[in-house]
Each structure stands twice: as structure tokens, then as C-alpha cells.
Design a protein around this ligand. Structure first.
Ligand SMILES: C[S@@+](CC[C@H](N)C(=O)[O-])C[C@H]1O[C@@H](n2cnc3c(N)ncnc32)[C@H](O)[C@@H]1O
Length: 226
């Protein structure tokens, strides 16, 4: 069942969840605003850059790419990406949390980075602008995954890449979210990567890899050229 409703910015989005409760955007934003003040205590750039950079280096990022960092948080992935881009490279960090974005701007402070405060479910940008879209530690928070995939398909250039990445296991992610201080986060669960692969292909993407083990979860797909 599809529901039409307003998102936190007053725009109409489609929620394909079969559960009746629509997302409580103010509550979710408040949760991530609070998390922003402590996020770097457990996931600092210094700590995450080596393992994250090692994965990014397998993606063959080109110096002049324009990349969307979805759920950019305090900007750690954006910083890692900028280290690998040239002067013509660009990263757009997108997040629903004002406070996360404040931390990201202060940390990154690079003219090649720009910031967008909006949900991934409804991105106010024209089509085919990104070479690559990366969802690092954010996928389970999307309230309407099929809507988000349609947005990513629209925003990617033909042959552009979509990456979904976690550097801990699916069960570890789901344990953390099941015990979050805000009950609305308890349902933000990462599906088996095989299920995400099917969803991604249903949205029109070509699957490149999908894998999960006891320390990571990753999917890479492309928007076909035609
Ligand atoms: C667990 S944090 C990860 C932050 C960052 N990617 C990292 O790993 O350091 C999840 C981030 O996604 C953002 N977020 C949650 N739901 C979102 C949505 N629907 N659209 C965009 N961003 C969202 C949160 O505000 C938060 O900054």
C-alpha cells in the first residue's frame, strides 16, 4: 500500500511501508541532532579513515567525480573522499540533522564540499548530477527505501555507482538500533543484503556486488546507460 504524505520540509513523498505509522520527522531529526554531539566520540575521522579509506580505494574513484554522501553525519566520509579527489572533484553532504551538518561543515571546511539539509527520500536537485552516491551507515534509517532508490536512480548519471556500506555486521547494526533511546529508531533495521540486492534491481539498477559477513555489509550497483 502506498501512502502520500508530507515530509519534514512540507513536500509530498510516497511511503511504501505497509505499516500505518508515517515517519515522525521532527522526532527523528531531534534524535540525530542529539547523536551528533557524541558521534565522533565513537566514530571519529581518525579512527574510521583507515578502514573506510581502504574500502573507498577499491571503488576506483576518479579525481573529477561529483559524489553524494547520503546521511553524511559529521562529515567523515566526505573528508575521506575529498582526500582522493582533485581540484575538480565535488562532494555534496546530505543529512536531515542540522547539528550533524554543523559538525561536518566545521570539520571539513573545503570549498569542494557543499551541504544539503533534506531527507534522502526527497532530494531537491536535478537529475543525472552524480557520478557516485554513497550510503555509509545510513541505509536502515530510510523510511521509504523504494522511494529513496528511485531518487538515487534519478540523481545518478548513466553508469554512475550506488554504494551501500556498513563497517560492522548487519546483526551489530540491528542490535544498536533495537536499543536506541528513541523507540522510532527500533524499526530501522538493515535487511539481508540479498533482499537489498533484489530491491535495488527492482528499482532498475544493475547489481555489481552484494556481500555481508561478521564485520561488514556492502552493495554496489550501477544505473545502466540505457
Ligand atoms: C548513523 S549516522 C552515520 C553518519 C555518517 N554516515 C557516518 O557514518 O559517520 C546516520 C546519519 O544519517 C542521517 N539520516 C537519517 N535518516 C536520514 C534520511 N532519511 N535522509 C538523510 N539522512 C538521514 C542522520 O541524521 C545521521 O547523520
Amino acid at each position: 500500500m502506498n501512502n502520500r504524505k508530507n515530509n519534514c520540509f512540507g513536500n509530498t513523498v510516497t511511503d511504501e511501508r505497509t505499516t500505518p505509522a508515517p515517519p515522525d520527522w521532527p522526532s527523528r531529526i531531534a534524535f540525530f541532532d542529539r547523536l551528533a554531539t557524541v558521534w565522533d566520540n565513537t566514530s571519529s575521522l581518525e579512527k574510521i579513515a583507515p578502514p573506510l579509506g581502504a574500502v573507498v580505494d577499491t571503488w576506483d574513484v576518479k579525481p573529477a567525480e561529483t559524489i553524494l554522501d547520503v546521511g553524511c553525519g559529521t562529515g567523515n566520509l566526505t573528508a575521506v573522499l575529498l582526500q582522493r579527489l582533485g581540484t575538480d572533484g565535488r562532494v555534496v553532504g546530505l543529512d536531515i540533522s542540522t547539528v550533524m551538518l554543523q559538525h561536518a561543515k566545521a570539520k571539513v571546511n573545503d570549498p569542494r564540499a557543499t551541504w544539503l539539509e533534506c531527507p534522502a527520500e526527497d532530494v531537491p536537485l536535478p537529475e543525472a548530477v552524480f557520478h557516485r552516491i554513497i550510503c555509509f551507515s545510513v541505509w536502515p534509517h530510510f523510511t521509504a527505501p523504494a522511494t529513496v532508490l528511485a531518487e538515487f536512480y534519478r540523481l545518478l548519471k548513466p553508469n554512475g555507482y550506488l554504494h551501500v556500506l556498513h563497517l560492522i555486521s548487519r546483526s551489530a547494526v540491528n542490535n544498536i538500533h533495537s536499543q536506541a533511546s528513541d523507540p522510532s529508531i527500533h524499526h530501522d533495521l538493515l535487511p539481508p543484503v540479498a533482499d537489498l540486492a533484489v530491491l535495488t534491481q527492482t528499482a532498475g539498477f544493475k547489481l555489481i556486488t552484494a556481500a555481508e559477513d561478521n564485520s561488514s555489509y556492502s552493495l554496489t550497483a550501477t544505473r545502466p546507460a540505457s
